[in-house]
Design a binder for this molecule. Structure first.
Ligand SMILES: [Ca+2]
Ligand SMILES: [Ca+2]
Length: 176
């Protein structure tokens, strides 16, 4: 039996989003994830970057609901979340919602504003230890120039959201 890689990825995100272990997630949980990232990077919650990121997470929440054709729902169970995650590809959620979201996240992560991610900037984002973060960084830095460009970063996230390959680069982003 082959493993359901996309379901596993959805579970990883669900577990992180349902921080209070309620067994479901809400729009507030999505907003809390955005705020947690902002805190990690010491971005003030009312800055324009912060507001843009929070709005992106709200759009993502709406995309999860519309994947399931339940726009009025106020919470999603683990099973619903998983089913919705698997519809991202067919509904082009990556291009429509996640590209803007990850661009906004990139702007927050890129604390020195040079348009590239350094190992240091990147390692703050990941939940893994520094050695693992460095390894992940190396693999996402496809052209090996020692920086993660916006394109390298987006293509890793796209692989995470859409690829069923167990070895896709994007998996490195959500390890640990
Ligand atoms: Ca930078
Ligand atoms: Ca690079």
């Amino acid at each position: 039996m082959s493993k359901d890689i996309l379901a596993d990825k959805a579970d990883t995100i669900f577990t992180r989003t349902d921080a209070a272990v309620k067994g479901y997630v809400t729009e507030d949980d999505f907003i809390a994830v955005a705020k947690k990232n902002l805190e990690k990077y010491k971005e003030a919650p009312d800055s324009s970057k912060a507001v843009a990121l929070i709005e992106s997470f709200k759009s993502l929440w709406r995309a999860y609901l519309s994947n399931l054709a339940t726009p009025q729902a106020t919470k999603l169970s683990r099973e619903e979340f998983r089913a919705s995650f698997k519809k991202h590809k067919q509904n082009k959620v990556f291009d429509k919602v996640l590209v803007p979201l990850y661009r906004n996240l990139f702007d927050v992560i890129d604390t020195d504003g040079d348009g590239q991610l350094s190992v240091h900037e990147f390692s703050v984002l990941t939940a893994v230890n520094l050695a693992q973060a460095k390894q992940a960084f190396k693999e996402i830095d496809v052209d090996g120039d020692g920086h993660i460009s916006r394109e390298e970063y987006l293509s890793a996230f796209k692989a995470f959201c859409e690829s069923s390959e167990p070895t896709s680069t994007g998996n490195l982003l959500f390890k640990g």
